[in-house]
Design a protein around this ligand. Structure first.
Ligand SMILES: [Zn+2]
Length: 644
């Protein structure tokens, strides 16, 4: 299967990432962007390689920023020829290779500390030695991202230089960890290595990588005491969020039923569990995986596709606890949910997984990056009052505007690697059939034993629900094409060669059209995009009595710059018509919604409380896509609104 994004929404997004974000991020990694927090990521590798002096700075997982950037940059080369970028990629690979030790080990933090110790420089703590701090050290997590970069670079370019470096690294891990006597019987405090080893197994066919991934899953949670709070942490009010569940190590993975702990850790672990089920058919693991998935998306997920509602511990809390102003919803957690959703389809060909993936794509993912591609959100709240965000301690994570970079910069290159690889998620092949998962202007080349075809897709999705497919070539017997009927679509129509198809079969959410296709056959799918009032389950306390606006897969929000101050006083009148207009927000294509609403007036007197209800006045309301908020200066933003 080969997919080319040929235009439309994702082509534009990808161009911003490719032309602006990736060169920008390279400069940040090299500490060349004034005003951005120092990354030190490339400098750390130079120190570890012995090419520079000084001490490593930043987190022990600083190498992962380079690794995820390498993934994004490698994908970018497939659709954008760029010699300068190619040179930067090769320089990063050269540095990683130069830092690698003979036994395969790479991690600039631990290697630099090792060098310091050899030079007799004091103040090296035990936790700075290799494999001495698997709870917090992120060594295997970092190795995982390097391994993913190697597999991605090889798949995108066919070059084996980074792949061979990371295979040597993975071989080092196979030598160090495992059930055999003399090896370490531990797993990492931050899952990631597991899914990466599965990916390296897929790239190389080397079964020892798969076996090690399975081993790491098997021992996870078998020794919760290792990941539990220390005595001093137990007496620290803020550290109590960092118990074994934070590390997704509170119970064996096959016993897990409800998502818990640090959201990114959790969702990366569930991805690996999905890989394990795929490769082994492990029934117990599958039962756990499906329970975790169902509980997560039906009780602990925001309407944006965000997960992990609490800032302390960046974690899940309890069912239906989804506050809007202090929503943490790390961008990486949404990205992990997208990856997991895409993998779940392997176990059950239901459209419910791509529906969740789509919710992430057009909302909680894109909110993480500015429309110009240079600024980022780590935290993605659903309402912001700038003055409150400044004043309240419990809003300490909320940024009123996207920022140039972070000290812990996991999110920016994660966004870049997903958007530059979006072509890989548009279609899926399963049991010899083609599934259309996400609609986007693209070309599909597919060949199997029973047929081969070239399909061209034209659409203005997500702004329009009309999709036009032309069969450019087809050879073979009668086969079905499966088109996802998005969960937001309450009606649809299908035309083949200009004629309506009356009896359409829909199987697990996919419209199934089967025939012997011929060159120049055309298919038109229409999913009418009415503006919908969305509601939360009343068990979500914060959203009781409130509604949000959604059109197609795109969630909308209000910004005070278009409306009024004090957006909490806005009351939507559902009897009023809502108009849909094409627009441009900060230079980008958009759709805005207009309607009339009420807004409550502050009391005339300086009273805080009164026996008289506030007066209401009618206002013109303008809503913009949630993912485009915060691109026109600092102002209030709100998704959920009161309604009459
Ligand atoms: Zn992140």
């Amino acid at each position: 299967m080969k997919v080319t994004v040929s235009g439309g929404f994702w082509s534009k997004k990808r161009s911003v990432i490719s032309n602006i974000s990736i060169p920008y991020q390279w400069k940040v990694l090299g500490d060349q962007i004034a005003g951005a927090p120092r990354s030190n990521a490339l400098q750390n590798l130079r120190i570890a390689a012995g090419e520079s002096t000084g001490t490593v700075q930043g987190f022990p997982f600083q190498d992962t920023d380079v690794a995820k950037w390498l993934e994004a940059a490698s994908y970018s080369l497939r659709f954008s020829v760029d010699t300068q970028l190619e040179n930067s990629i090769q320089e990063a690979i050269r540095l990683i290779g130069a830092a690698q030790r003979d036994d395969g080990y790479i991690n600039s933090h631990f290697l630099s500390k090792e060098q310091q110790e050899k030079q007799g420089i004091p103040d090296i703590e035990i936790k700075d030695r290799r494999w001495e701090d698997l709870k917090w050290g992120h060594e295997l997590y970092t190795a995982g991202h390097l391994i993913e970069a190697g597999a991605a670079h090889y798949a995108a370019t066919g070059k084996e230089n980074l792949l061979s470096i990371v295979c040597k690294l993975a071989d080092c891990l196979v030598q160090t960890f495992g059930k055999e006597e003399g090896k370490q019987h531990l797993c990492c405090g931050h899952p990631e290595i597991e899914l990466a080893l599965f990916r390296l197994f897929e790239a190389t066919g080397n079964a020892s990588y798969k076996e090690l991934a399975l081993y790491f899953l098997d021992i996870r949670g078998t020794d919760p005491a290792f990941f539990s709070m220390t005595d001093s942490e137990k007496n620290d009010e803020m550290r109590k969020w960092l118990d074994a569940d934070y590390f997704a190590a509170h119970e064996p993975v096959r016993k897990m039923r409800t998502p818990a702990g640090h959201a990114v850790r959790a969702v990366y672990l569930y991805e690996a569990m999905s890989d394990a089920v795929f490769y082994t058919g492990d029934k117990e693991m599958k039962e756990a995986l499906f329970s975790l998935w169902n509980n997560m998306v039906s009780r602990q997920m925001y309407i944006t596709g965000g997960i992990g509602s609490q800032g302390w511990g960046e974690r899940f809390t309890i069912d239906y606890d989804l506050p809007n102003g202090v929503a943490y919803t790390e961008t990486c957690a949404s990205i992990g949910l997208f990856f997991l959703a895409s993998k779940m389809f392997r176990h059950n060909t239901s459209s419910c997984y791509a529906d969740i993936a789509e919710r992430v794509l057009y909302n909680g993912l894109l909110s993480g990056i500015s429309l110009d591609g240079t600024k980022y959100f780590y935290v993605n709240p659903l309402e912001v009052v700038p003055e409150t965000a400044d004043a309240r301690q419990d809003h300490m994570w909320v940024k009123k505007q996207r920022v140039p970079w972070f000290g812990c910069a996991c999110c920016p290159p994660n966004i870049a690697r997903l958007i530059t690889s979006i072509d890989q998620y548009l279609y899926t092949e399963k049991d010899g059939e083609v599934y259309f998962q996400h609609y986007a202007e693209s070309e599909l080349f597919y060949e199997s034993e029973s047929f081969k075809t070239v399909l061209e897709q034209k659409t203005d999705y997500p702004w329009s629900g009309d999709i036009y497919i032309t069969v450019k070539a087809f050879e073979g017997r009668a086969v079905p094409f499966n088109f996802r009927k998005p969960s937001w679509a309450d009606s649809f129509s299908v035309n083949v060669n200009g004629k309506p198809v009356e009896k359409v079969s829909v199987d697990k959410g996919y419209i199934r059209l089967e025939r012997v296709w011929r060159k120049d056959d055309t298919i038109k799918l229409s999913f009418p995009m009415q503006v919908k009032f969305m509601y939360s389950n009343p068990l979500v306390h914060e959203n009781a009595g409130k509604t949000a606006l959604q059109r197609g897969p795109v969630l909308f929000c209000l910004e005070s710059i278009d409306n009024t101050e004090n957006l909490s006083t806005v009351i939507i009148d559902q009897k009023e018509a809502i108009s849909v207009e094409k627009s441009v927000i900060a230079g980008c294509d958009s759709i805005v919604l207009r309607t009339k609403a009420y807004c409550e007036q502050p009391f005339d007197q300086d009273d805080l409380y009164s026996q008289t209800a506030p007066e209401r006045r009618k206002i013109d309301l303008r809503a913009i896509p949630y993912h485009q908020w915060g691109n026109r200066g600092e102002c209030e933003m709100r998704v959920w609104m009161r309604t009459v």
